[in-house]
Design a protein around this ligand. Structure first.
Ligand SMILES: CC(=O)SCCNC(=O)CCNC(=O)[C@H](O)C(C)(C)COP(=O)(O)OP(=O)(O)OC[C@H]1O[C@@H](n2cnc3c(N)ncnc32)[C@H](O)[C@@H]1OP(=O)(O)O
Ligand SMILES: O=CC(=O)O
Ligand SMILES: [Mg+2]
Length: 544
């Protein structure tokens, strides 16, 4: 039986269990439909604007600060909202997908906050998304528990030291194809935001916090304005004072980096600062400038936070945030604990330690970790170097970052066969996992998610497009990359064994990847490219 949404014009093209129906209530869905009807036209216009800007970039026009918003950047008098309850001290934030066990583990991890992720680390299957909403609702309503298949019991810690919940909805580019309003596919961002807000906003205030969000992958301040408008409508809708919501904007696109002040300004009543989403930032740098031969980068492993364009971005972000009185959050080191190899584990932990040390010394007010075992390590570094809750008082008016600093590709390194093979293998393994509904996986001892995998496949495209040369003199051609793809797939097949390989999604992943590495077709997002494969539409066309 198709699910009856009881909301005129809104159709759900998916199976809905009784537990999921408690999230998909007529009242919550009415709110989804309301937001869609008001804001979908603007979202579509902004997505078209992204395409227009891409054409300009492809034609050689480099990103720059906007002349029309100079007054916002140069007016030193305006400030954003003061930090909200639970968001003053954010020295260590754990992130992770909205899986029930992980939600409990993250809340218990000892981190100050937990960013529950519908984006980079989540494959947006219907199950993942709706069950994720149930998990977050149960968390905010303080009734979440879980029994694992092995009988292990998970409960929220009793000492009250639970991380403050922050939710990251999907970016503006992603659709939620299981829901139609007036026959139109709706936005994934609005769907994730609306359901979480509707069920939890009031309760989160009652428990002394608030409805808190991370907003990802914005490419302009106009996209931030759209979020701000959505926040105002949402608060008015449930009778909550405007300014109760707080949102930290990830600066993780090269175009967003040129509009940091403007993004805070648009969100100022709701702003909780900016975050250096380093992995998407590298991806965006490659993607947006992909047609320009001056921006061909070496191996992914050669691009670090001290690479000139990354260093400039960090410095500008910290300066901008502290000027406006909001948090400048750091990002994610990709290393995770390595089991059964003490030396390798120590080397990985040293890298995380050094990354956190660099962040706190640069002036960041907090950082991200990918795994509960990293919380203590990051806390130790921040406690030692940041005795107060944050470093908002440290102004960096001495920092001057220019457009050419943000575009400085003086990166030390080379393109190597090892780097090419690593990119192919990471892309394949990640895409295969994503197609099975897993959005974050350990690969070669690193955390890989949608943002990191995007770097790998985009580099392959760019190297083939420009006929880049490896350090050994090999010219990277489509033919060469397709040969490497075959070889790497065979290696994976061998290590997995025939039966596991055939049962996996590796063949689909390979077919998708083949379209993305010849320097011709380029999908703006891997997740958009793969999304149709994880959409399972129920046949309820008669109800549309
Ligand atoms: C670019 C960006 O956007 S960064 C932000 C997005 N990425 C992330 O959030 C990364 C999230 N991290 C993860 O998903 C995981 O840590 C992975 C996939 C990298 C590794 O996961 P695993 O292989 O399961 O790690 P491992 O086996 O060491 O886990 C040990 C325990 O920690 C838990 N755990 C691991 N990572 C997390 C996390 N981020 N949050 C909560 N719990 C976690 C596991 O569930 C497991 O719990 P259990 O012992 O009760 O069974
Ligand atoms: O979302 C974070 C990133 O690094 O990308
Ligand atoms: Mg990201």
């Amino acid at each position: 039986m198709p699910f009856d949404s009881k909301v005129p014009g809104l159709t759900i093209l998916a199976k809905v269990t009784p537990a999921q129906a408690e999230i998909l209530t007529p009242e919550a869905l009415q709110f989804v439909a309301t937001l869609h009807r008001i804001y979908e036209p603007t979202r579509q216009l902004l997505l078209q604007r992204r395409q227009q800007r891409q054409v300009e970039l492809d034609n050689g026009r480099l990103p720059d600060f906007l002349p029309e918003t100079r007054n916002i950047r140069e007016d030193a008098t305006w400030r954003a909202a003061k930090p909200a309850p639970g968001l003053q001290d954010r020295r260590v934030e754990i992130t992770g997908p909205v899986d029930r066990k992980m939600v409990i583990n993250a809340l218990n991890s000892g981190a100050a906050t937990f960013m529950a992720d519908f984006e980079d680390s989540n494959a947006p299957t219907w199950e993942n998304n709706i069950n994720g909403q149930t998990n977050l609702k149960d968390a905010i309503h303080q009734r979440i528990s879980y029994t694992a298949p092995n009988g292990k019991q998970y409960n929220i810690r009793k000492d009250g030291k639970i991380a403050t919940l922050i939710v990251r909805p999907r970016g503006w580019h992603l659709d939620e194809k299981h829901v139609l309003v007036d026959g139109q596919i709706i936005s994934g961002s609005l769907f994730d935001f609306a359901l979480y807000f509707f069920h939890n906003a009031k309760k989160s205030v009652e428990i002394g916090l608030g409805p808190y969000f991370y907003v990802p992958k914005m490419e302009s301040h106009l996209e931030a304005r759209l979020w701000n408008d959505v926040f105002n409508t949402a608060q008015d809708y449930i009778g909550m004072p405007r300014g109760t919501i707080r949102a930290t904007a990830l600066i993780e696109t090269i175009l967003g980096a040129f509009e940091m002040d403007e993004i805070i300004y648009e969100l100022r009543e709701h702003s909780a600062g900016l975050n250096c989403g380093r992995w998407d930032y590298i991806f965006s740098f490659i993607k947006k400038l992909r047609q320009n031969p001056d921006f061909v980068l070496p191996d992914r492993s050669d691009i670090s936070m001290t690479t000139p364009f990354m260093d400039a971005y960090v410095r500008l972000l910290i300066k901008t945030c502290h000027k406006r009185g909001v948090h400048a959050m750091g990002g994610m080191a990709a290393q995770i604990p390595i089991k059964n190899n003490e030396a390798a584990n120590k080397a990985a932990m040293d890298k995380v330690h050094n990354d956190k040390l660099r962040e706190v010394k640069a002036g960041h007010d907090g950082t991200w970790v990918a795994h509960p075992d990293l919380v203590k390590l990051a806390l130790k570094v921040f406690n030692e170097h940041m005795p107060q809750p944050n470093q908002l008082h440290i102004r960096r008016d001495d920092v001057h970052v220019t457009a050419s600093d943000l575009l400085n590709t003086d990166v030390k390194g080379a393109i190597t066969e090892t780097g090419i093979r690593a990119n192919v293998s990471v892309s394949l393994i990640y895409m295969e996992a994503w197609l099975r509904g897993l959005g974050c996986v350990p690969i070669h001892n690193l955390m890989e998610d949608a943002a990191t995998a995007e770097i790998s496949r985009s580099q392959l495209w760019q190297w083939a497009k420009h006929g880049a040369r490896t350090i050994d003199g090999t010219v990277v051609t489509p033919k060469y990359l397709l040969k490497v793809l075959d070889e790497e797939t065979q290696l994976l097949a061998k290590s997995m064994g025939e039966q596991r390989f055939q049962a996996s999604k590796m063949i689909q992943a390979k077919a998708y990847l083949a379209t993305q590495i010849t320097g011709q077709d380029y999908s703006d997002f891997l997740t958009s490219l793969l999304y149709n494969d994880i959409v399972e539409l129920e046949k309820v066309q008669a109800h549309i």
